[in-house]
Design a protein around this ligand. Structure first.
Ligand code: SAM
Length: 412
């Protein structure tokens, strides 16, 4: 253990002082410090009661309350109770709880309307899907200490994300469908941030690795009419991407590649590779392996764009280390990383310059863009497999790779 420095002296003195009952009572009574004491007490209570608040939210979402109020406008209690199929007493309890959390507001004539926090939930299906999904997360975190010790058996999240703990496994069409639908529902909020931070019109060919069912590729294609979009993902997910891109009328300028980025080479030649909400799902060794594969497949002068919520985000600290830290613990692998750690992993994988791009909602997603010099790229192509038009670099065991161009008959 390192010696204490002068920076430890003040907090240590403060902690000792505030641990004394008489000092706390004095701080609560003094007008100058009373507001701090009250704020701290409220913050501690909110931490303690957080689970109850999420259950209020879950009840509102399960009952479809927010969409109902958006569609029908403010409603009195009796009509809401009928619409939600709740007894009036239970409905009144829920409405009051939701108002206290900013989800609802009281309006004139004893009616209830959407509050400032209810409105985004009424309009964003992705947010509502996450709220419903969290019920499984909370069951998995039932005994957080056992989970931290590694004593808890794999829970619901480990089954929901079959590649966690079993790299390269999508768990079949049903499992892939469930997690891909959740990701696609929440992708618009991420895509908006990423495409605003890094307009893709300047690129020729975009490869979205771990691109899910192609929701981001579809958005990117809509923003840049000249862009060829490609998705690489596990086979059952890739099949969903193929269908989605075909439905979006993108058959002619999209390609879908099924495979595991931990076992199969990535297709070569994209000048922009994107990794959106992928890296935090994996432990360091797998991340470095993935980043090396990306580095090797990029076209000369190409870039990697890595976007996800990151630890240590100013103003959103709890989102990284608390929420994602424990979500990924329950899932069974991965961790939220601060920008500096991601930069270090990118350098370890051979990337040169790494830039941070500003996003409007850093809490949701931060963006790093990494470049690789030509000298490093040539060396890579000899050591890491890249999938190209019939050419495979030496030293990589051949494997049957299928690119899945969308068939002509699926073109809209
Ligand atoms: C958290 S989801 C993010 C999906 C998408 N990028 C998004 O932001 O909506 C992670 C994605 O990585 C894919 N994935 C996980 N392990 C993989 C592997 N070994 N090879 C290819 N894809 C993988 C999953 O199937 C999933 O689609």
């Amino acid at each position: 253990m390192s010696a204490l420095t002068w920076r430890d002296v003040w907090p240590q003195w403060r902690d000792r002082l505030l641990a004394r009952d008489d000092v706390r009572r004095w701080a609560e009574a003094l007008p100058l410090t009373r507001w701090i004491a009250r704020r701290r007490a409220r913050q501690v209570f909110d931490l303690m009661a957080g689970f109850v608040y999420t259950q209020v939210l879950l009840a509102c979402v399960r009952l479809g309350l927010f969409e109902h109020l958006l569609a029908e406008g403010p409603q009195p209690l009796d009509r809401l109770a009928r619409a939600l199929d709740l007894p009036e007493d239970g409905c009144d309890r829920l409405l009051r709880a939701a108002r206290s959390l900013g989800l609802l507001e009281r309006r004139s004539g004893d009616r209830w309307g959407l509050g400032p926090l209810g409105l985004p939930l009424a309009t964003d299906a992705g947010l509502r899907a996450l709220v419903l999904h969290h019920a499984a997360l909370y069951r998995d975190l039932d005994d957080p200490v056992a989970r931290l010790r590694g004593d808890a058996p794999p829970g619901e999240l480990a089954r929901f994300w079959p590649y966690a703990g079993q790299p390269g496994r999508d768990g079949g069409a049903q499992a892939a469908g469930a997690y891909s639908a959740l990701m696609a529902a929440t992708q618009p909020m991420v895509a908006a941030q990423v495409l605003q931070a890094h307009p893709v019109g300047r690129h020729r060919r975009l490869l979205d690795v771990g691109g899910g069912e192609g929701a981001f590729a579809e958005q990117a294609a809509a923003r840049a009419p000249g862009l060829q979009v490609e998705v690489f993902d596990l086979p059952d997910v890739a099949e969903r991407a193929r269908q989605r891109l075909a439905r979006a009328g993108l058959a002619g300028r999209s390609r879908v590649w099924p495979g595991s980025f931990l076992h199969d080479p990535l297709p070569a030649g994209a000048d922009l590779v994107t990794l959106l909400r992928v890296v935090h799902d994996h432990d360091d060794a797998a991340v470095v392996q993935l980043l090396r594969a990306v580095r090797a497949c990029l076209a000369p002068g190409g870039r990697l764009l890595l976007a996800e919520p990151m630890a240590g985000t100013p103003g959103a600290d709890a989102m990284g280390d608390a929420y994602f830290g424990f979500y990924l613990l329950a899932m069974g692998q991965g961790r939220p990383r601060p920008v500096e750690r991601l930069e270090a992993l990118l350098h370890e994988a051979g990337f040169g310059r790494v830039r941070r791009l500003a996003t409007r909602m850093p809490m949701l997603v931060q963006v790093l863009v990494a470049e690789v010099g030509d000298a490093v790229r040539t060396a890579d192509a000899q050591s890491v497999g890249v999938r190209s038009a019939g050419v495979r670099s030496a030293g990589v065991a051949p494997k049957a790779h299928r690119s899945v161009p969308i068939p002509r008959e699926n073109q809209v």
